[in-house]
Design a binder for this molecule. Structure first.
Ligand code: NAD
Length: 506
């Protein structure tokens, strides 16, 4: 038996119950069909086969879940931090027990290569562990004394929150929102993406098994414009943490406006990798290739634009094209696969539309630029693609493609590099490769991005702030930054003596 056959056999064992029973909502610790019994079909991007039917939530289902989160909130808020910590550690332990199952299901539901989904499952556990340890300190504040008063701040959970997640790496991304919200003392209604709903359901089961009390974690499946919209409009939901497209972020802001919803957005990106001639070019090459062709390029922080100093441009781009053409496209459950199928036929059409556009705009297609002639299975495969000779005004240079497609642009000197890097509507991540630290610091300060890596690929430190500027987002996650969103800061001012009080009406 090959490793692929072995993984497919294991997958069948895990997926059978989803095929048989479908996926329902999880509300107040119980499985629910939709109030109107409607469902939608979830097909795998790997072979286009039906995985399962999924409950199609609407207003009534969201209302039930929001009420469950509202009712569970007072007790969860009052649960001591160390108790919340222990429960979240149990969730992390259980994720580790189920890690292989999560990775296999995620891979088949999203088309992401198993080699990356195994790591993503472990990162999900790490996210829970990290925020578990922070739960006891979540309420901590400052003492801000003046001569006559002592100001004391404390943090309190904001209330039930809505979490809305995308399809690209859904398990890991959900834990990144759910773990800090629970550590803060919030309760949750989660609306997972309709194109990859399986592991959200599994996560909710794992959390239930781990002792997260009923109603603290609720999941309502469905379409964005139905259950997603209803969640962002619900009065009981105090804040919405959203990961997805910038245009959806705008819609959510408008939908949440009447109820003055607090929002946290992690949106799109068109992230530059800026490579100077004095950089360690082999490492820069490895990093640029990894950050665009891993995770099918369906990654918000992908290095989708490579800006290369003109003196080394031809040579560097040539090396990029060799590496791109050797990327191992394959069945995502084959551990050797580097690039799997894209999530959906509609997304495939979007990504491939840029191949014609690149040619029309006058760029060269140095690698890929097509769907494979003999795909590994009946999925939405596309070759690892490199566009070269682009200039900053082309659409391929500033629109988010969200696939394994890299656009190379030459530049002359630091000023031009900065101007091209900033000349997009997005501002999520930037990567700078140079041997000159002064230049690295100048660029890092001036580049419009929420996160900058210098001579490094995208290595995350969970304490560090994660988030974007411009159309890439609002707010930061990570460490204490997450608590700024999920909690209210309250100031209590205590008089230490008889300070003068102005007298009126004498
Ligand atoms: P999307 O915006 O289409 O959907 C995301 C989620 O929003 C889904 O659950 C969807 O059902 C829901 N939704 C859609 N319309 C809604 C509405 N009107 N009201 C409420 N919810 C609604 O995004 P996608 O296509 O699933 O994901 C890809 C996008 O996500 C890319 O732009 C990518 O850059 C972005 N992303 C960003 C980050 C980050 O950290 N910045 C991380 C991952 C993905």
């Amino acid at each position: 038996m090959t490793e692929l056959e072995n993984n497919l056999a294991k997958l069948e064992g895990h997926i059978a119950r989803f095929r048989k029973n479908g996926i329902g909502h999880l509300i107040a610790g119980e499985r629910w069909t939709s109030a109107d019994a409607e469902t939608f079909e979830n097909h795998s991007p790997v072979d286009s086969k039906l995985i399962c039917t999924v409950a199609r939530g609407k207003n009534e289902d969201v209302d039930r879940a929001a009420k469950a989160a509202h009712d569970a909130f007072p007790a969860w808020r009052e649960t001591p931090g160390p108790v919340r910590r222990d429960i979240l550690h149990t969730v992390a332990n259980k994720i580790l027990e189920h890690a292989e199952e999560i990775a296999l299901l995620e891979s088949y539901d999203t088309g992401q290569a198993l080699r990356f989904m195994r790591k993503a499952a472990l990162r999900g556990a790490e996210n829970f562990r990290f925020f578990a340890d922070k739960a006891p300190e979540a309420a901590n504040g400052l003492s801000l004394p003046t001569d006559q008063h002592m100001n004391v701040t404390l943090r309190q959970p904001i209330g039930p929150v809505g979490v809305i997640t995308p399809w690209n790496t859904p398990f890991m991304l959900s834990t990144w929102k759910i773990a800090p919200a629970l550590a803060a003392g919030c309760t949750i209604v989660h609306k997972p993406a309709e194109w990859s709903p399986v592991t959200a359901s599994l996560l909710a089961e794992i959390m239930h098994e781990a002792g997260v009390p009923s109603g603290v974690m609720n999941v309502v499946h469905g379409l964005g414009e139905e259950s997603g919209k209803a969640l962002t409009e619900h009065e009981a939901i105090k804040a919405v943490a959203f990961i997805g497209e910038s245009s959806t972020g705008s819609a959510i802001m408008a939908q949440g406006a009447p109820s003055l919803k607090r929002v946290h957005f992690e949106l799109g990106g068109k992230n530059p990798v800026v490579v100077f001639a004095d950089a360690d070019l082999e490492r820069a090459l490895d990093a640029a290739v990894f950050m665009i062709y891993s995770l099918n390029g369906e990654r918000c922080t992908s290095s989708s634009r490579v800006l290369v100093e003109r003196s080394i441009y031809d040579e560097f781009v040539q090396k990029l094209s060799v590496r791109a053409s050797k990327i191992k496209l394959g069945h995502p459950l084959d551990p050797k696969t580097e690039l799997g199928p894209l999530i959906h036929q509609r997304h495939l059409e979007k990504v491939t539309s840029y191949f014609d556009l690149a040619r029309d705009e006058g760029a060269q297609v140095l690698a890929g630029g097509a769907v494979p002639v003999t795909p590994p299975s009946e999925g939405h495969y596309v070759e690892a693609t490199l566009f070269a000779g682009a200039d900053k005004d082309m659409r391929i240079a500033h629109e988010e493609i969200f696939g394994p497609v890299l656009t190379a642009i030459p530049f002359e000197g630091e000023d031009e590099a900065l101007s091209i890097a900033n000349d997009v509507r997005y501002g999520l991540a930037a990567y700078i490769w140079t041997g000159d630290m002064g230049r690295a610091l100048r660029l890092a300060r001036n580049v419009e991005a929420g996160m900058v890596w210098v001579n490094s690929e995208n290595v995350r430190h969970l304490q560090a702030p994660f988030g974007g500027m411009k159309a890439s987002g609002i707010g930061r996650d990570g460490g204490d930054y997450s608590f700024d969103f999920y909690m209210e800061t309250k100031n209590i001012c205590l008089a230490m003596g008889d300070h003068p009080i102005p007298k009126l009406g004498l």
